[in-house]
Design a protein around this ligand. Structure first.
Ligand code: AMP
Ligand code: ZN
Length: 476
């Protein structure tokens, strides 16, 4: 498989450290609010990567953190804690907020067929691991204490801006909200590993540490959780492109300083979903969620298809018009599948050609939109219906668009409608109406009227039969 690696800026042949096995780490959500559909674009594309690796025969172990402490409103270690802000907004405790939005996140993922990683770990579960990491970094002289906080000393590294080595413009090295100078820092790029002092003293969650009561920085949590569950080496680390700097840059700095060797081989970054008026952001307040799409009548699968129709390394513009186009494309695809009759023997040889085409698409840096084209090519082909449906199910192990299930549902609904229509042909509607009027008359004890209706129908050759299931009729 060819995979673009943000570290080298090249599409590289993917090779895992252990043949047949992949260790994958995903930056998880900061659970102070609902995930917006931009966040979910990133998780959908990571899900495709995970599932394509499995489809290709790898055994994947994937770990995701839940940021329930330490993510400040500015990535430059300043500002308020996002979790605390969320708790204050909703008059709840930080842990209540974390639980509520963690559950909401996984409910959204389920709607979008995003698989839950094997290991999901909240940052608050791993405080001893973070403390151990920070202690080691201090021992190795990669960290220093200033103003009560522990900082990572970026000047100790041969190279800090790892992702920008070749092309500084290639990554969104961010203009960040509310960046304030921190006089404790020896170098502008140094970052906090452990806080005991911050301007915002009302931090709800604090733990004892060798440096006093405090809480971890945001970046240390992903290094700590990854190393705890996946060990000293990692094949793929994923996240949205905004995470490349400073979050992933700092993760690499501290992990490699701690381990004394290279940590992760491939960095997979998903470009942003934007709206016409700019970046989608949780901190902006108003944002688009999966529930909102559902309220407006969109099947979450439509949003998944919308994401799969474009490449993960291109930013994607969301508009209702674009989503409507995806809805039409989804309906068309499912209608085509619904039209396939499950007939014939499985044609293994015929399947191979399309499997190869699917690998050419997904194996080429996850070209998911070309993968969708392969579906259409299968449907257009002269393979028998049974084989076509088998290929839909096989490719849907990766695409997860509910292809044959949605087609079955479409067929069932159509059959139900046809059956209903068969019961009451338009020319028989008057019979149904008269039966209803007779039932109403009987209920009102107007038996004369009930008998009159029976006779009126009889005169037209229609006999009524009262049964425990209701009134049946037959034509003479
Ligand atoms: P957060 O919950 O803010 O920590 O972000 C969760 C994930 O969503 C991270 O991998 C971010 O990089 C990613 N992300 C944030 N905003 C967007 C966006 N507009 N489009 C795509 N991914 C995003
Ligand atoms: Zn992370």
């Amino acid at each position: 498989m060819l995979l673009y690696n943000s570290l080298t800026h090249l599409r590289e042949e993917f090779k895992s450290n252990t043949p047949g096995k992949v260790k994958m780490y995903t930056c998880g959500p900061t659970v102070y609010h609902f995930a917006h559909i931009g966040n979910l674009r990133t998780y959908i594309m990571e899900d495709i990567l995970d599932k394509y690796l499995r489809y290709s025969g790898y055994e994947v172990t994937r770990v995701m953190n839940i940021t329930d402490v330490g993510h400040l409103s500015s990535d430059a270690d300043t500002g308020e804690d996002k979790m605390l802000k969320g708790a204050r907004r909703e008059h709840k405790t930080v842990m209540e907020i974390a639980k509520y939005y963690t559950d909401a996140f996984f409910a959204d993922c389920a709607k979008l067929n995003i698989k839950t990683p094997e290991i999901v770990e909240p940052a608050t579960n791993c405080i001893p691991e973070f403390i151990h990491l920070v202690e080691t970094l201090l021992e190795k002289d990669y960290a220093y204490i200033a103003g009560g906080n522990v900082y990572f000393d970026t000047s100790k590294l041969k190279e800090y801006y790892v992702f920008n080595r070749h092309d500084a413009d290639d990554l969104m090295v961010g203009a960040r909200d509310g960046v304030e100078a921190d006089d404790n820092k020896r170098n502008k790029t140094d970052f906090v590993l452990w806080f005991t002092k911050s301007k915002f003293e009302d931090q709800e969650l604090k733990w004892d540490s060798p440096w006093g009561i405090g809480y971890p920085g945001w970046h240390i949590e992903c290094s700590g959780i990854s190393i705890k569950h996946l060990g000293e080496d990692l094949d793929i680390h994923c996240g949205g492109i905004d995470n490349a700097f400073p979050h992933h840059t700092n993760e690499i700095a501290q992990s490699e300083a701690y381990l004394g060797h290279k940590w992760c081989n491939y960095w997979f970054h998903v470009l942003h979903l934007n709206t016409d008026d700019g970046k989608m952001s949780k901190s902006k307040g108003e944002f688009l969620t999966v529930s909102l799409l559902e309220e407006k009548g969109y099947d979450p699968m439509v949003y998944r298809l919308f994401c799969l129709q474009s490449h993960y390394r291109r930013s994607l513009v969301f508009s209702w018009e674009n989503l409507d186009n995806a809805a039409a494309a989804y309906r068309k695809l499912i209608t085509r599948i619904a039209g396939v009759k499950d007939e014939g023997e499985l044609d293994e040889a015929g399947m191979e050609k399309f499997r190869a085409a699917f690998h050419d698409a997904l194996g080429n840096d996850l070209n998911s939109s070309l993968g969708i084209t392969v579906l259409y090519n299968v449907l257009k082909s002269d393979l028998n219906g049974h084989t076509k449906l088998a290929l839909m199910d096989e490719f849907d192990q990766v695409l997860s668009l509910n292809l044959t299930a949605a087609a079955r549902k479409m067929n069932e609904e159509a059959a139900k409608k046809a059956a209903e229509a068969a019961i009451v042909a338009p020319e028989d509607q008057f019979i149904v109406d008269l039966i209803a009027a007779r039932t109403a008359a009987k209920k009102a004890k107007n038996f004369a009227e009930a008998d009159r209706i029976r006779d009126e129908l009889k005169a037209q050759g229609i006999t009524l039969i009262d049964t425990p299931q209701g009134v049946k009729w037959s034509r003479d």
